[in-house]
Design a binder for this molecule. Structure first.
Ligand SMILES: [Zn+2]
Ligand SMILES: [Zn+2]
Length: 446
């Protein structure tokens, strides 16, 4: 009975349905890590979404696109292990030294904090679309050309740091535990918005953000650009003139698609774009305009660019970046994505900022994500992938026995993990031998 109650309660976190009285904390260390508590439900809901899509005859999520999104989410969560405590220290410092008041301890202040954080989120999100260097961070979230629950996890590594600074005004009124509760619940609420399966919810959208409202936000059709910045409440979009209802079928992704599944390019393509524009800048004012005006701005154009510059797109004719892979490679991706996910969850539960192994395994996890993403991009990454498989065995044999209880390198059921990596090592070795053999023969003929 307790398990059922806990499950319902935790699923409620994904919809901001909680009993405020149970979520008022006075110490930061007492605030639950809601995100890691609901990670198992993410997978269940993603699977359920695909089952419903299959039953209804909709297109299924692509492994490549979904992995790119999940990988970005993993990298963001991992970066939090290292940085979260430092950012909270900063928030606490501001609250302790500059707070105008400290609203805490009752349901009314809990609700005021909910609205205040959501209002601050609206402006943070809007600035992330209207200021180019913030867009360089946020464009990661918009780079998926698919729209499904996995898209929610596609976040920039840097997002969390700018979040923390932007939300500092909250510290003038609310203590860190209150802030942490609402920041997590607000972000979690946005998970279910990323689906095409739920139609418009009518009057609910007058107040609350819904999948239909957020689909418009992810569109690259002209009518969708710079609309619907809501986190939890849509009232801000209605008040400040940025609300738009879903009309024509939506084409998802960036106005200028980045056409890649490469984990690092997804993270930094916005900065590369700014850098390339700065190289041809015509002076300081021009440079500052490139950095601080909208991503669509150019000389002689309005601050947010000219809407006519946005290419018209059509749902029926738009094409997606989609390198094809064999059934074998798709199976390979699925197995290694599973391994990466288990490895990640293991890290989230056991890694600490003061354990040197955290950084070693973080490096390995990042390398793993990069390798798989390069393969998905169609790159010949055989040598690196073989090296990654061999490093797995090196790490496992070195650390598994001693650090099983602290920070282990388990990959699911240990033997299954070993089997996956053993067969993968065999595959890449054979492939590389064949390539070299072929190269040798060609040399002899020549
Ligand atoms: Zn956005
Ligand atoms: Zn989104």
């Amino acid at each position: 009975m307790d398990l059922i109650y806990t499950t319902i309660e935790q699923i409620g976190y994904l919809f901001y349905i909680v009993d405020p009285r149970k979520h008022i904390y006075h110490r930061v260390e007492d605030v639950p890590d809601y995100v890691s508590q609901v990670i198992p439900y993410f997978s269940c809901f993603m699977a359920l979404e695909q089952i419903v899509a299959a039953v209804r005859g909709y297109k299924l999520a692509r492994i490549t696109d979904s992995f790119t999104s999940i990988a970005a989410g993993i990298l963001m969560e991992q970066s939090k292990i290292v940085m979260r405590s430092l950012l909270i220290v900063f928030y606490i410092f501001v609250h302790q030294n500059f707070a105008l008041c400290s609203l805490n301890g009752d349901v009314t202040s809990w609700l005021i904090a909910l609205v205040a954080l959501d209002f601050t989120y609206y402006w943070f999100h809007r600035a992330s679309h209207e200021v180019n260097f913030l867009w360089a961070i946020h464009q990661t979230h918009h780079s998926s050309e698919d729209y499904n629950l996995s898209t929610a996890s596609r976040q920039s590594i840097l997002q969390v740091y700018f979040h923390a600074f932007w939300f500092i005004p909250m510290a003038l009124f609310f203590p860190a535990p209150m802030f942490l509760v609402h920041l997590q619940l607000n972000v979690l609420y946005q998970f279910w918005l990323h689906t095409e399966l739920i139609p418009s919810l009518g009057p609910i959208e007058w107040v609350f953000n819904t999948p239909s409202v957020h689909r418009v936000h992810h569109g690259r059709n002209r009518y969708c650009i710079d609309k619907n910045y809501a986190g939890f409440l849509t009232i801000w979009d209605r008040m400040f003139g940025t609300f738009e209802s879903e009309k024509d079928p939506i084409v998802y992704g960036l106005v200028h698609p980045i056409n890649t599944f490469d984990a690092w390019t997804v993270q930094n393509s916005g900065f590369i774009d700014i850098w390339n524009r700065l190289k041809t800048s015509k002076g300081l004012v021009h440079s500052l305009s490139i950095i601080f005006k909208g991503p669509g701005w150019d000389v002689g154009k309005p601050r947010l660019g000219d809407p006519n510059d946005i290419p018209e797109v059509n749902y029926k004719t738009a094409t997606k970046y989609d390198p094809k892979h064999s059934i074998f490679m798709n199976l390979y991706f699925v197995l290694h994505i599973g391994a990466i996910l288990v490895f990640h969850m293991n890290m989230v539960q056991t890694a600490t900022i003061d354990n040197p192994l955290t950084y070693l395994f973080l490096g390995y996890l990042t390398f793993s994500i990069v390798c798989v993403s390069k393969l998905m991009n169609g790159k010949d990454w055989s040598k690196q992938e073989l090296a990654r498989c061999l490093i797995f065995f090196a790490l496992e044999s070195t650390f598994n026995a001693n650090f099983m209880d602290k920070l282990s390198i388990q990959v699911g059921i240990p033997d299954l993990g070993r089997l996956i990596f053993f067969l993968s090592t065999l595959y890449w070795t054979t492939k590389l031998v064949k390539i070299n053999d072929g190269f040798g023969k060609r040399c002899k003929v020549n």
